[in-house]
Design a protein around this ligand. Structure first.
Ligand SMILES: Cc1cc2nc3c(=O)[nH]c(=O)nc-3n(C[C@H](O)[C@H](O)[C@H](O)COP(=O)(O)O)c2cc1C
Ligand code: SF4
Ligand code: SF4
Length: 255
């Protein structure tokens, strides 16, 4: 059974590719939390391994994914595999996933990083379409190898974790969530047509339309779904997103 959380489609693409390759059920954590107020207290039963696919947020899995795993029960098979899509590095994420699995009574079978296009336009630059297309094409062989590893019931290869990785996934992750993850910088420009897609796309119900324009509440995980999926590119985040491409995997894969 495969679960994914995704803001801009990279992790969804990875989860769906795995699902097709392994003929496994694929469940969207975005939909589960949107429909059932954070989806706590559920029980998921699978005779095959649990596979969790997510983006990397500050060198760890996103809080939303960690909370989902912590607050739900997983029974049947005890094996848990993790795939983290990222722009570059997952740091020491493996250490935290090991602890999480221990807490849940799951058997940690490893974490595989899958380099995909960077989506964090509130902080960095996203690639243009052609470059993003190449990055996705380069990711596919590693992804298929990961699928075969799961099918064979083997562990993902372990990766070396250095002191900097520990710093990034530890103290820097804490500072990042405390000081940077906030919806305060989002605003809609005059290009907004009031279509409401940003409201629908927010997994946290954090956006409402007021007088035909979106306003953001306080519950945000910086997934970039609202800003990157807006059909009019009418959302900005402070000055940082101005002039930047709005990356989504769907746009690139449709091309
Ligand atoms: C809030 C946030 C934090 C991020 N932190 C990292 C990071 O620590 N390391 C990294 O390589 N990429 C980082 N990224 C990039 C994403 O992990 C990457 O683009 C991912 O594939 C996006 O997946 P999605 O399209 O499924 O949302 C970050 C992106 C966001 C939005
Ligand atoms: S998705 Fe874009 S155009 Fe549609 S309501 Fe939101 S900001 Fe406006
Ligand atoms: S407000 Fe935007 S960035 Fe924040 S959680 Fe909702 S969709 Fe994601």
């Amino acid at each position: 059974m495969i679960f994914y959380f995704s803001g801009t489609g990279n992790s969804r693409f990875v989860a769906e590719t795995l699902g097709k390759t392994l003929s496994e059920t694929v469940l969207s954590v975005n939909d589960l939390i949107r429909d059932t107020a954070r989806a706590a207290g559920g029980e998921y039963v699978s005779e095959t391994p649990f596979v969790f696919v997510s983006p990397t947020y500050a060198w760890r899995i996103p809080h939303v994914m960690e909370t989902f795993i912590r607050e739900n029960a997983f029974s049947g098979c005890r094996d848990a595999y993790f795939l983290m899509t990222c722009g570059d590095s997952i740091g020491a994420a493996a250490r935290y996933l090991q602890t999480l699995c221990k807490e849940k009574g799951l058997h940690f079978r490893g974490v595989q990083k899958i380099v995909m296009p960077e989506n964090y336009i509130a902080m960095f630059s996203a690639p243009e379409m052609n470059e993003a297309e190449k990055i996705i094409a380069n990711a596919v062989p590693g992804l298929l190898t990961a699928a075969e590893t799961v099918r064979a019931g083997k562990d993902f290869p372990s990766q070396k974790i250095g002191a900097l990785d520990r710093l990034y996934s530890g103290a820097v992750n804490t500072v990042f969530y405390k000081w940077f993850v906030s919806a305060k910088g989002f605003y809609a420009t005059d290009a907004c047509i009031g279509c409401g897609l940003c409201v629908k796309n927010c997994p946290f119900h954090n956006i409402k339309l007021q007088n035909g324009k979106p306003v953001w509440g306080a519950d945000c995980t910086h997934c970039m779904a609202c800003i990157c999926h807006c059909p009019k590119e009418a959302i900005e985040y402070k000055k940082k997103s101005q002039g930047q491409p709005r990356y989504t995997a769907e746009k690139v894969l449709k091309k």
